[in-house]
Design a protein around this ligand. Sequence first.
Ligand code: SF4
Length: 383
Amino acid sequence: MITPVPLLSKDRIGLLSESAREVVEYRKSGLSLNHIQGCPLGCAYCIRHTYGLWDKDQPVALMPDAQAVDELVNHRYFQPHVTPVQLFNRATEPFLPKVRPHTYAVLEDLDERELTNHVLVITRHQLKPYDIDRLNQLRHVKLTLLFTYSGIDDPKIEPYPSHVAAESLKLMSEPVRRRYRTILYWRPLVPGLNDTDQHLSIAYELSRHADATVFTGLFYRDQIAAYYKANGIPEPYTDTARRKIVPETLERRVLDAFADSAALFRKTSCAVSYAHGLPDYNGHYGIRELCDICPLPQRELCAGAQRVPATEDVHRCASVLPEARDLEVVDISQRAVVVSGLETEQPRYFLQHALGFQVHDARHPHHALRHGRADIGWTGVPA
Ligand code: SF4
């Protein structure tokens, strides 16, 4: 018998940080729904640190599932059939026994509305044959399961062992006919911790089970660095960064280890889109150096879908958002639209998905060949 996730009272919700109370939030790979928060798995690098939720180690609900889905689909950022959705990717694990019924309730509610949006579910938990059957009932949503796997065996960093995610990935990928897609979400890759030749070759073997693989580094934010220090965990970097860190030499070694792979990607949206036979919904095709590892048919698909927007297109999309009233289009190139005047990142992600084209903020320039990652570990590459 599973005890349901308790619903927090209004008073208790009022004590949460403002960002934690934001149940629908735009993050880079999609509009994220997080009405369940709290996780006992204790990964040291968890993004919960940055929302003031680290001490919440048991899941609680901020509202019932039906209300949460209503808030999502009626949100000003939500576009039916267009906006990619991410479920419980910020504050809990969607397949914890207590959380699982909520995950299914949301997926099935979205599916009953006949929405065809991408839905991304990131997990490291144990999945069971039952999950194959139940997820295969979904008829409309484009579901992708992303299995977080790092190969890190230090229990201070990952108390919940990585091999569980590896087994779940294999299990869920096994059926030849299935309606959902599977991704090996190989992260966080950290030099000196989980990047030996053996780690790389195990990940390569595992990748052969998945529809696609994404490799990425660590979000080493201030709050996470403070936790590492306080708990005597060796610090992987001497500096923190707002983007994920993937040093240049590590990237080279990953590409070499995966030289025979036909489905390795640097970006989550690229892998998800590829797995569904669709062009990248984040419009990364303009950033051509990202595509050098992508299968040729996929590159052709993205090339065919790429439309460089005009300034009026950007303003037209932005006109529905009050928070974008000061938006200015600084530049438009084959690579990206560069904008200024947006206080937060969320409206920029909305524009990116509405236009199917990269939209960058003039305050945070992207450096050529760094793939939108932190500068740490890269040298001699022109800006
Ligand atoms: S062609 Fe480029 S943008 Fe399209 S999926 Fe491949 S890597 Fe991503």
